[in-house]
Design a protein around this ligand. Sequence first.
Ligand code: 6R9
Length: 681
Amino acid sequence: MTSDNQEPTAQSAAYPPPERLVKPEEGREKPWISSMAEYSALYNESIQQPDNMAEYSALYNESIQQPDKFWTRTANELLTWDKPFTHVTQGSLKEGNMAWFSDGQLNISYNCVDRWAIKDPNRVAFVYEADEPGQASKVTYGELLSKVCSLANVLHSFGLRKGDTVAIYMPMIPEAAVAMLACARLGLVHTVVFAGFSSASLAERVADARCRVVITADEGLRGSRPIRTKAIVDEALKSCPEVERVLVFRRTGSEQVEFNAPRDVWWHEAVAAQRPYCSPVPVSAEDPLFLLYTSGSTGKPKGVVHTSGGYLLGAALTLKYVFDIHDGDVFCCTADIGWITGHSYVVYGPLALGSTSVVFESVPTYPDASRYWKLVEDHKITQFYTAPTAIRALRRHGDDFVTKCDLSSLRVIGSVGEPINPDAWTWYNEIVGGNRCAVVDTYWQTETGSHVITPLPGATVAKPGSATFPFFGIELAILDPTTGAELEGNDVSGVLAIKRSWPSMARTIAGDHKRFLETYLSPYPGYYFAGDGASRDADGYYWIRGRVDDVINVSGHRMSTAEVESALIGHNAVAESAVVAAPDELTGQSICAFVTLKNEFEANDKLKAELVKEVRTRIGPIATPKLLILVDELPKTRSGKIIRRILRKVVAGEADQLGDLSTLSDPSILDVLVREVSTAI
Ligand code: 6R9
């Protein structure tokens, strides 16, 4: 449970009246019809943006009661299939063998690029806002097609074929999306690694995914600070001899970049040698599109596997309805492509709808706290999507940074990554949205692929801090955490679960299906277990209460406590460590590490700094402990298990509510812990 969330009572705000929102045009033009199913879907009926709760409920009920009808219609309306599917879904959560549209075939890059390039090559696919203000540029769908094709031909020339995996470790530039789409064009599986991760984390992922090629850039730039991207790759690859090629995009042109031919190949030289057309390779709807590593409760990150057809449908359908996307809109999601939000809502969702997506390379406070709002003004952004941590940080800088910009183009503003506290919600709604935009607090996960609980603009009446109601096709349940029994009716709290599969859900963990079952499907048989606590209030609204496992959410980024603990133990001086989440006003939660030292080491500030550095080097700056406390002893049970619950309470300032301490082997250490924490804070 997070301290941010409040009870769902006080505030309640209606969305703007439906007439403010753009309606789909009658008889919307389609570039072509590719199957009989699409033909009939087009000429029979197509789903419309719901205008009120009754319309939302009607569509939602259809998606649950007639799933075949609902998903056939949406899959044919939004995607172009090379081979139409004849059945919608099979398998079950109980068995973990779910599949969607499995006999259908399609190509993801064709769906995201060619369809729109053929119709109107001058339509803008990406607006690229470079790190330095005033250096924005555009990539049209016509240009994107040539770039994707040339790069796909380069990858083909490296000997890569359908099913091979490629790692992408790049800054937030359009070429990162080009790399993803070039992989998709050939049926290659990409794994994007967030460029803030260390060389050790990158190496772990490259090896786990068995990548033979890494695509990177010479350097990145964030807030005018260069990041030595290629040097990090070089360091990582010292332990990955199986990598044959490193394709390097020249971002800054720095002279200091080492280049090891023949392994290293310059992107610009390689694409210049290739024809800018490459025919798309049709893949099965169930073939993997990408792996994305995410933290779980145990030490090793999991390579979550997403498929082609179901994933793309989820990304496109949610974006269209949750953000009310129409032709001519400019959609901006500030997430990095290294996270699922960047995959679904910077690249795949917007392009599958033929929309314009903003790629933002910089940070929200460079050169000042107006950067996001200037971005909205300059590019006439219609939908803006960011994280609560950014909203809270920008709010601290004062309203002037926002109000001096013209934000009148905005219609929908969204939030993702962690629970948004009602105060931050209200500020976002009033100051950024000017009380005339729909605010969508979207709850979902790397594993869900796309939104699962979210308001719909024009239909849902919001309650600040609640993600409101399930998206189409998502059948939610709240379970008693101990018995696993489903808690029926309203006004209940427990753990969040989903009762049936949906198209964009992850299918497995790369190379470890057993772990997939154990993590998500076995804890409560027949349900997908999300790992979050949740309540359903008296009006049926859902409130996410935060993780119930050992995952810490720092600024919307997931870190496992076990991962940070094992990084600390890697230091020679450390005997034991226990890592817990502490509540944090700005970042939601922060990492707090308790460490005991081996006898021969002396506790001092220099060593503390060294330990913090150890975590940053082993995992990356996002895992930096905010608090690192050296203690003589950790609270343990008589059988020697660390009692993290006690540490969590102590850092939250709730040492007076420790509950049952009968299992604690040495109660005298409590006073010492409380004292240590209060001096450290
Ligand atoms: C998309 C993304 C997933 C975890 C999830 C939950 C938290 C995300 C939220 C939210 C409350 C929201 N979370 N959105 N909690 N309200 N609107 O963030 O994926 O990085 O896998 O994190 O983030 O705890 O389980 P991912």
